[in-house]
Design a protein around this ligand. Structure first.
Ligand code: AMP
Ligand code: ZN
Ligand code: FE
Ligand code: FE
Length: 283
């Protein structure tokens, strides 16, 4: 069984439509795919409708959260599986985050324009095609202008990494956890120790999150070095959390391939047993 529990489609900042994504997952030899677009469930129905025979889809999302307990606020990503997409509190919160992402991307376009870089909000919005807007969409506009060669280059500090970066209004981390649990979902902390991406939260927060209902840590992720990966396995063992592995596939916006990291069938069974808001589709 090959199980990849973290992938993005054009419903957020991936480059494959949900229908294309499930086809690619089957072609990559996966048996189970987690669909986890940023702050949206918009890809669920088109993915289900296009599901190839033999592929199971675990519906999910990756929530943009923020921890305010340190010297500076730290953003973090929380995967949520098998929650009720119609839960009023959670869906309203996701809608607020998506709306704030649009305001914030528009401000980034304004900052670029003020420096004479003529990317337009219209083209960014068009590239997002109705899905959750993210910095990769602004990055694509910079690529079209020939200002950078790749999305990774666009994330350097002189571009969207710092100079033109505007923060978005993420959910407070414990509030996000409560919303996921309240919607019957299973929360798994995405790439919790990925220091390459920026500041990381301390173990003490993960201890508190575990006490508040966190279910697992995505220990096996290509943004973790071997030491970080080992630390997350050890912490999960100590706290009684499951560990997952996944690719965090973004199509051509990143170089990682589907199935680059995988989750064990035993852990998937635990996640499925804990999820109460929606069901695995197919497989
Ligand atoms: P945003 O959510 O709008 O703040 O943009 C961050 C998203 O861009 C995340 O989902 C990342 O997966 C993606 N991302 C972050 N850093 C990079 C990078 N260096 N190269 C490609 N994609 C990135
Ligand atoms: Zn992303
Ligand atoms: Fe993430
Ligand atoms: Fe992701």
């Amino acid at each position: 069984m090959r199980i990849d529990l973290h992938a993005h489609s054009t419903a957020s900042d991936g480059t494959s439509t949900p229908a294309e994504l499930v086809g690619e997952a089957a072609a990559a030899g996966l048996d189970v795919l987690g669909l986890t677009d940023h702050d949206t469930t918009g890809g669920w129905e088109p993915a289900f409708a296009a599901r190839p025979e033999g592929l199971a889809i675990v519906p999910g999302a990756e929530l943009s959260l923020r921890w305010h307990g340190g010297a500076r606020p730290i953003g973090l990503h929380m995967l949520a599986y098998l929650f009720d997409p119609a839960d009023p509190a959670l869906s309203a919160a996701l809608a607020r985050v998506r709306s704030s992402r649009e305001t914030r991307a528009e401000r980034m376009v304004d900052l670029l324009a003020a420096d004479g870089i003529d990317v337009t909000w219209d083209e960014v919005l068009q590239d997002a095609s109705g899905g959750t807007v993210g910095r990769p969409h602004v990055a694509q506009a910079l690529i079209r202008r020939g200002l950078v060669g790749t999305v990774t280059e666009a994330f350097r500090p002189e571009w969207l990494g710092a100079r033109y970066r505007v923060p978005k209004e993420d959910l407070e981390v414990f509030e996000g956890l409560r919303l996921i649990l309240g919607a019957g979902g299973v929360p798994v902390f995405a790439h919790p120790r990925a220091s390459v991406r920026g500041p990381i939260v301390p173990d003490s927060l993960i201890v508190e999150l575990a006490a508040a209902g966190l279910f697992g840590l995505e220990a096996d992720h290509t943004d973790h070095n071997p030491r970080e990966q080992a630390e997350m396995h050890a912490l999960a063992d100590r706290l009684g959390l499951v560990t997952t592995g996944s690719s965090d596939y973004h199509g051509t916006n990143k170089t990682v391939r589907l199935g680059a990291r995988t989750t064990s069938p035993e852990v998937l069974a635990k996640i499925v047993a804990a999820g109460r808001g929606s069901e695995v589709v197919g497989g």
